[in-house]
Design a binder for this molecule. Structure first.
Ligand code: TRP
Length: 338
């Protein structure tokens, strides 16, 4: 893809302690994309802490999760001198823009938004009133997300499938503002699915998720990591039986995290038969250690020197505000006829 002079933006919500699935599905692709984009365009990456407040009211917990995610991105290679990297709550322009966008957002859009609908479905399934426990932050969260995107004249938003609709809502809101004032007040963003992102199965074969208790933690100590990898579910086929790798959970996990040559070796070992599951687990463990050892050290450093990270985030917020300010002025000029 050609990113010349384009602004690419990603937001990440701090929701839980990080696992290898987050790394393979979100962190690694975002950082790779950042490196590509920064050659000729602008990469914006932020920690969506105001989005998280909708769900997390435990302040020390939210602070800790926000810290962890900022440190994780930096440890895994995000370059804060190249990417604009900040915490959403440090950019007040976003909230002013959110208020403006509210007046142009049909309420029906919110009724149809996935996150809200999922919460309603859950309530109905439990026999509760449909809006039980749902706050206005969750209900209107696509509007804040639209502000996140529109505030920097973002061209493209890399997303997983579940977020496509939210970018479409942002594009719709921007489009109707432009139509109303008959000029390009806001840039219309598009979304694209990140190709390199993969969904990693967890140790029991379901999607890796904290709620299933099937995760391989991202920055865990050796013994914790080992326990998780050794606990990956296996079947009881004969070691010598030729197997179809695509049906073997260990292979699916290896494909997400191990280097190509190791993946090839495992594939061959399974197809021919003779390679035991214990051997494969050791290869996976080694691959994770090779990939993560240095990153874990950096992660630990950043966590224990968070003042340095804080400085980086503050510098990022200064850059983000400088980008958002003229966009906000343009919008206000249009809507107030200044
Ligand atoms: N809603 C996204 C999520 O739950 C996070 C997010 C917030 C985001 N604002 C964004 C993603 C803007 C992309 C662009 O994962």
């Amino acid at each position: 893809m050609n990113y010349a002079n384009k602004t690419i933006l990603t937001g990440v919500k701090p929701t839980g302690t990080l696992h290898i699935g987050n790394y393979v599905g979100a962190i690694r692709p975002a950082i790779e994309l950042g490196h590509q984009v920064n050659q000729s365009g602008r990469h914006v990456m932020f920690v969506a802490d105001y989005h998280a407040v909708n769900a997390i009211k435990d302040a020390p917990l939210l602070a800790q999760l926000t810290k962890e995610i900022a440190c994780a991105y930096l440890a895994c290679g995000l370059n804060p001198n190249h990417s604009v990297f900040y915490r959403q709550s440090d950019v007040p322009e976003l909230f002013e823009l959110t208020t403006i966008l509210m007046a142009y957002t049909p309420k029906g859009f919110m009724n149809k938004a996935h996150a809200y609908k999922a919460a309603v479905d859950k309530n109905i399934a439990k026999g509760e009133p449909q809006d039980a426990g749902i706050n206005m932050g969750l209900y209107t969260y696509p509007v804040l997300m639209a502000a996140d995107i529109l505030a920097y004249d973002t061209d493209m938003v890399p997303v997983g499938k579940d977020q496509v609709q939210h970018v479409e809502i942002a594009a719709d809101i921007a489009g109707s503002i432009n139509a109303l004032y008959d000029k390009e007040v806001l840039k219309i963003p598009t979304s694209f699915l990140t190709e390199s992102a993969q969904v990693l199965p967890g140790t029991d074969g379901r999607k890796m998720s904290k709620s299933y208790n099937n995760v391989i933690p991202l920055f865990a100590e050796d013994n914790v990591l080992k326990k998780a990898v050794m606990g990956i579910k296996t079947d009881c086929q004969d070691i010598n039986a030729p197997k179809n790798p695509d049906e073997i959970l260990l292979y699916q996990i290896a494909r997400g995290i191990a280097p190509e040559n190791v993946v090839g070796e495992i594939k061959e070992g399974l197809e021919k038969g003779g390679m035991g599951y214990g051997t494969i687990k050791k290869m996976i463990l080694q691959a994770i250690t090779d990939e993560m050892a240095e990153k874990r050290e950096k992660y630990m450093y950043y966590l224990s020197h968070f003042d340095e990270v804080e400085d980086m985030l503050q510098a990022g917020a200064v850059k983000a505000r400088a980008l958002a300010h003229p966009v906000l002025e343009r919008v206000k000029d249009a809507i107030f006829n200044r």
